[in-house]
Design a protein around this ligand. Structure first.
Ligand SMILES: NS(=O)(=O)c1ccc(C(=O)N2CCN(Cc3ccccc3)C2)cc1
Ligand SMILES: [Zn+2]
Length: 253
């Protein structure tokens, strides 16, 4: 029988999938690529639009009608436009991230989602193409309170229920980037339906620190709409997928 994911009612494995995400990054198996460029990030905080709870995570969405918030360089051939960022987290601090490093889970993982507007007319079309998307993954680890994240955390009670949205008009996601430029990169997929193999993953080596209260704020969100029986939004990460015939490259030695 087809095993369906409890959260997304989607097949856990994609028939014929050869580049699925997330994966375990085995540090010693990653290959240093001296031709990888530094990642260039330039975000305009004024492109921030709103925060919404879409029933599997909370997303901060950006105005992607122009090239005001983009990334370039790194493993990318073109510049990619920022569309949204979101997180994945666990019910407890022992797990929650989608990718693992040497089989270690982090309590949460940030995904900044960008699309190739140089080649494709819309995000929806880019989602279906091998070089359509670029997602920066940043691990969150338990530690000091993150002041930049706090402005986001303060807004979460207003999007507690699925399909709630609030205006969020100035936020600079650069404040969520770790200071170290090092990253791994590999060819993968969306980790939620339609699971298309359209993502160039750029996973930052250094995590950012957040405190327990900030992680608890994520866990008080709900998968469910107002009036439904409450289900806490936790463990919204996809199981690890086989590496198959892929190499993870590193930008550092
Ligand atoms: N966890 S992750 O970073 O891999 C990630 C997950 C979801 C998305 C996302 O914004 N969407 C997936 C497709 N969906 C809409 C859509 C578009 C075309 C066809 C069908 C459906 C929106 C982006 C990144
Ligand atoms: Zn994600």
């Amino acid at each position: 029988p087809k095993i369906l994911h409890p959260l997304w009612q989607s097949p856990l494995t994609i028939p014929g999938g050869t580049r699925q995400s997330p994966i375990n990054i085995q540090w010693r198996d990653s290959v240093y690529d001296p031709f990888l460029k530094p990642l260039k990030i330039s975000y305009d905080p004024a492109t921030c639009l709103h925060i919404w709870n879409n029933g599997y995570s909370f997303l901060v969405e950006f105005d992607d009608s122009t090239d005001r918030s983009i990334i370039d360089g790194g493993p990318l051939e073109n510049q990619y436009r920022l569309k949204q960022f979101h997180f994945h987290w666990g019910a407890i601090n022992d797990w929650g991230s989608e990718h693992t490093v040497d089989c270690k889970f982090y309590p949460a993982e940030l995904h900044l989602v960008h699309w190739n507007a140089v080649v494709y007319p819309t995000f929806e079309e880019a989602v279906m193409e091998g070089d359509g998307l670029a997602v920066i993954g940043v691990f969150l680890k338990l530690g000091a309170r993150h002041e930049g994240l706090q402005t986001l955390v303060d807004a979460l009670p207003a999007v507690k229920h699925k399909d709630t949205v609030i205006e969020f008009d100035v936020f600079d996601p650069s404040c969520l980037m770790p200071s170290c430029p090092d990253y791994w990169t590999y060819a993968g997929s969306l980790t939620t339906p339609p699971l298309t193999e359209s993502v160039t993953w750029i996973i930052k080596k250094q995590p950012i620190e957040v405190d327990e209260d900030q992680l608890e704020a994520f866990r008080m969100l709900l998968f469910t709409s107002d009036g439904e029986e409450e289900k806490r939004m936790v463990d919204n990460f996809r199981p690890l997928q086989p590496l198959m015939n892929r190499t993870v490259r590193s930008s550092f030695q």
